[in-house]
Design a protein around this ligand. Sequence first.
Ligand code: XLS
Ligand code: CA
Ligand code: CA
Length: 446
Amino acid sequence: MKRTPFVGDREYFPQIGRIQYEGPESDNPLAFKAYNPMELVGGKTMEEHLRFAVCYWHTFWGSGADPFGPGTRAFPWQVDGDAMTQARARIDAAFEFFTKLDVPFYCFHDRDLAPEGASVAESEKNLQTMVALAKERQQASGMRLLWGTANLFSHPRYMNGAATNPDLAVVALAGAQVKAALDATVELGGVNYVFWGGREGYSCLFNTDTRKELDHFARFLELARDYGRSIGFEGTFLIEPKPMEPMKHQYDFDAQTVIGFLRHHGLDGDFKLNIEANHATLAGHSFAHELQMCVDAGLLGSIDANRGNPQNGWDTDQFPLDMNDCVAAMAIVLASGGFQNGGLNFDAKLRRESTDLEDLFLAHIGGMDAFARGLVIAERMVKDPVLGRLRGDRYKSFESDLGQRFESGQLGLADLRNFAAGYGEPERQSGKQEQLENRMNDLMFA
Ligand code: XLS
Ligand code: CA
Ligand code: CA
């Protein structure tokens, strides 16, 4: 779909025009080498497959501050004036950036878009004012909202959690915020609504009733679901797992934990998962593992595309450039039939040392090219007869009559014993890991 570039009263990136596809031979750092939005891959365009989104928080708020020092970047949209004046400048810069980069989607937290007010009512009003501006800019440009969410972790009141806070008054404030963020998401036609359990977890078991907190968490999600549906939200609710940071332990630890929780509470009809690459590695898994667990459960919703740093194990939220990760992720997404409501949101930030305004463009261009290349290679993998056959062949024995009866629950343990007694020692079957890994490299550079 063609989108129209948006420039507000002031142009924030005057040196940069719309980023174009120039192909692999180009040496222009401000051009796509692989991401060609209208190019067809297996019957769909790259734009339709990848559904890229830019996040509001890192991109327009990320100053480069870390626990050891303040920010290193001053952005031109940090204008003088009150918080609403600044919010108006920031939204113009954001839509200029989205449309110059030419991504179809964006994502935000309520507090990224509009400042908290002195009361619940004032916070609601601030958000409504900014949502009206976002709506105008969406209509003018053709941009869409991939997901909205509420920031339930920055304000000091949430230090002991939001939905799982031991104080009902804090839980109620979290409810007020989610209600307003759902209103905003619906008003802007958002296709998903995300819950990242920021401080839903604990630091100390001695002071925490984990059973109560998990029940409260499920109850809170039910209330949000019911309210969202009552105001016409037809999209997908998403839970974003993360094992730790900021809390020592977070309840949405990893994909399998969240899937079990959703099923236990009967929430799996409305909720799916938003998998972030860096959270997968923090949990001791690979990005691909987390995606596969979701696909197996029919619950893959969307992706936060980034990567961690293998040396330090923090949530460093770097831009995704590792081709093995991008290929493996896209192969799993493609094999599952592709994104429905989901997409690839760059929940990624510049390094503290990256202080030029154009670095924001360079970083996103790199991530988009990496996933475009990943998509093309993944398409080869999914269609590759060798890869498909080797995996399928390993399970061939279950196609037998006995195998079918085992899978459908018609065999007892004694039946297995009798089969084993008659069969003797099975012939060993190689797992063929090296052949498969070699094949992946062959396809990557084919
Ligand atoms: C933080 C999370 C957060 C969510 C949205 O680690 O990634 O940014 O994606 O609240
Ligand atoms: Ca995220
Ligand atoms: Ca993260």
